[in-house]
Design a protein around this ligand. Structure first.
Ligand SMILES: [Zn+2]
Length: 264
């Protein structure tokens, strides 16, 4: 039997798109902890009520399923730019603060830009100011298309919001955007996913940039995903003879510190 895998924290997970077997497999390959990030199925007539029901579902059933598979989980709640309700955002935002009690909801997210546009910018700005007011960490989504343009636009709105740079994780970075994000003082998410970075490319970024404020995740759950992506990246880091301390930082402890898990 091989030695047991190093403990991993998957900092971006959508368990509602994963089976119990998938979660068990992730646990078997070392994922001991995870952050569940809200994502609603895009729907043209989405209402505030549907989003709030999704929050409840995530905090009830999905957290329990992760825990049952042996994965300790926390949640980030927010309205994803891909699924903004045509009306009803104010209602969601006024209900949101009530969820940040009890220690399981540790961040606002994922929020940001998906296609761009004024409605997305407005929802993003409002949720940034909510996070600032509640002093919470934020997970910012960046899309596959127009990644660089929309990342720059997100960074501008983040700066304008006045939220602390250290409170913000900009996720799904690529080789171009990761430096921009780090230069702004934010944490950068490297997503090992068929549509984002291969494990090899994610590892190359760690080699090039070091470990400070880098956090790896898999974004598993919707469409094509790689439930073993994070484990594969950790293994590649090991094979590349990076020290256990370095590996632990990008696959676990940076995320725990960012989401203040020890304090939760
Ligand atoms: Zn996601």
């Amino acid at each position: 039997m091989a030695e047991s895998p190093s403990p991993l924290f998957d900092a971006h997970l959508h368990p509602e798109g994963l089976s119990d077997d998938d979660l068990e497999s992730m646990r078997l390959f070392g994922v001991e902890e995870a952050l569940i990030v809200t994502h609603h199925k895009p729907h043209p007539a989405l209402k505030a009520k549907d989003i709030l029901e999704d929050f409840d579902h995530l905090l009830g059933r999905e957290l329990r399923r992760c825990e049952r598979a042996g994965i300790r989980a926390w949640a980030a709640l927010g309205v994803h730019p891909q699924s903004l309700p045509p009306r009803g955002l104010p209602e969601v935002l006024s209900a949101l603060p009530g969820y940040f009690t009890g220690g399981k909801v540790v961040a606002v997210g994922e929020i940001g830009f998906h296609r761009g546009g004024e409605a997305e910018a407005e929802a993003f700005t409002e949720q940034l100011s909510l996070a600032k007011r509640l002093k919470l960490p934020v997970v910012v989504h960046t899309p596959q298309r127009s990644k660089e343009t929309l990342t720059r636009r997100a960074l501008t709105l983040i700066r304008a919001s006045g939220i602390g740079a250290q409170q913000v994780l900009v996720d799904h970075c690529n080789a171009k955007t990761v430096r921009l994000v780090l230069e702004c003082g934010h944490t950068a998410g490297l997503t090992v996913h068929p549509d984002e970075l291969s494990a090899e490319r994610a590892v190359a970024q760690v080699r090039a940039l070091g470990t400070e404020r880098l956090v790896m995740n898999s974004d598993s759950g919707y469409g094509a995903s790689d439930i073993l992506g994070l484990a594969r990246a950790a293994r590649l880091l090991e094979k590349g003879e990076l020290s256990p301390a370095v590996i632990a930082r990008v696959t676990r402890t940076n995320a725990r510190r960012f989401f203040r898990i020890d304090a939760a």
